[in-house]
Design a protein around this ligand. Sequence first.
Ligand code: AMP
Ligand code: MG
Length: 488
Amino acid sequence: MSLTSALTVRLDGRFARELSELTLPWQAEEAPEPTLLVLNEPLAAELGLDPASLRSPEGVRFLVGNRVPEGATPVAQAYAGHQFGGYSPRLGDGRALLLGELTDPDGRVHDLHLKGSGRTPFARGGDGLAAVGPMLREYVVSEAMHALDIPTTRSLAVVATGRPVRRDTVLPGAVLARVASSHLRVGSFQYARASADVDVLRRLADHAIARHHPEAAAAEDPYRALLDAVVGVQARLVARWMLVGFVHGVMNTDNMTISGETIDYGPCAFLDAYDPATVFSSIDDGGRYAFGNQPVVAEWNLARLAEALLPLLHDEEERAIEIAVASLGTFRSRYADAWSAGMRVKLGLPDGLVEDVTGPLVTELLALLQQGRVDHTSFFRALGASARGDTEPARGLFLDLAGFDSWAERWRALGPDADAMDRVNPVYIPRNHLVEEALDAATAGDLTPLHLLLDAVTRPFDERPGLGRYAAPAPEGFGTSYQTFCGT
Ligand code: AMP
Ligand code: MG
């Protein structure tokens, strides 16, 4: 329907229609004083939405769920999930709503979803709300990931609600309008599997195939093909995280998509010094979701998806398990292939080089980076300059100069391509100290640092004068004690 004379939003409710067992129709809580903090105009345009209308009072009410387009059926989605290894049969959207599906001018379908929109029947003990800081954090980091060419949900807007939120202190509340190719998660399948009716599971799988992996429909065994496809997209996704130094922080099965997009930016952060043991999340005591564990955790989560799919894989359980094991068995090589190919590009090396040459070279490099606690992002970008003959910026990051020199000599002999390196090794990432600075200022009412940071990280490969502090590592001492918080 037309919200203003210019803004027309048509939302379908296909998921709610096809999978009513996994949804509860629900309404957003009324925001007392909605104020638009940030609007993603390029994304709005991609979706075929008019930015000026989204900024209007009616548009802003639409973005917090208080103005529902006619015909739309907002729902809270049900899902289960393993959180830190422990199974919860009923999680679901405790503070979020799927407004509906929106078809963009190119015919692509996107979920339009709200986070922080009030308590739902899935809220358990939670208040259903979100604070300005964490919603802006998701906005910045997801848009940075998108600019880094890593599959991710997107952020359309953050609107302050005018409602205070009680955390350790009282904070201003906000709603994030999120756009995703869908919100189907491993946990959605776990939930469907737990319902006694295998037909629900089958409909969910058919929906996922139609939406994300349509080629599976034509396969001899569509459900095995679906599992194979999810194993593939997740292997590639996690490889991308590892190559850029991203720590998701809360890789529970309810935070892993079927589409292969990164989702749920809670305690996430980027590495400063390269160290596989890096953990930022305050609640990850055991380091389950440490940087270096992410591929293993992804594989573990996919095994939970495979378990959920067993009744669709074969009528005989033993045979179904064999099929699942065979599919999961491809994860490691697919991950390794994606990661090695990506690392070769980061190092500027040509495609045809055999593993015997690049394998030891890469292993040795990672050991040098870890020993020297070298800033991951700075190193790879500086190495591009080394490929052009200016070795000092990279060399200066190491304490073991002889070790680096010997490595660099062998690397340079392979003929690295500096321009190719600059296209994949970012200058600007949302560094933790900069994110904190921008969120603190925004919470206090000053959005300037947020916009400066967004400007840097949404063109991450494009080095620009005057943005030096956005490229620099954290100040001494910041990184070692840095912690991020979940469920905020
Ligand atoms: P997350 O850690 O954000 O992936 O959330 C895990 C689960 O907790 C999901 O079911 C969320 O909907 C729910 N949840 C997180 N924070 C809140 C909150 N403040 N109120 C209600 N539910 C919440
Ligand atoms: Mg979640």
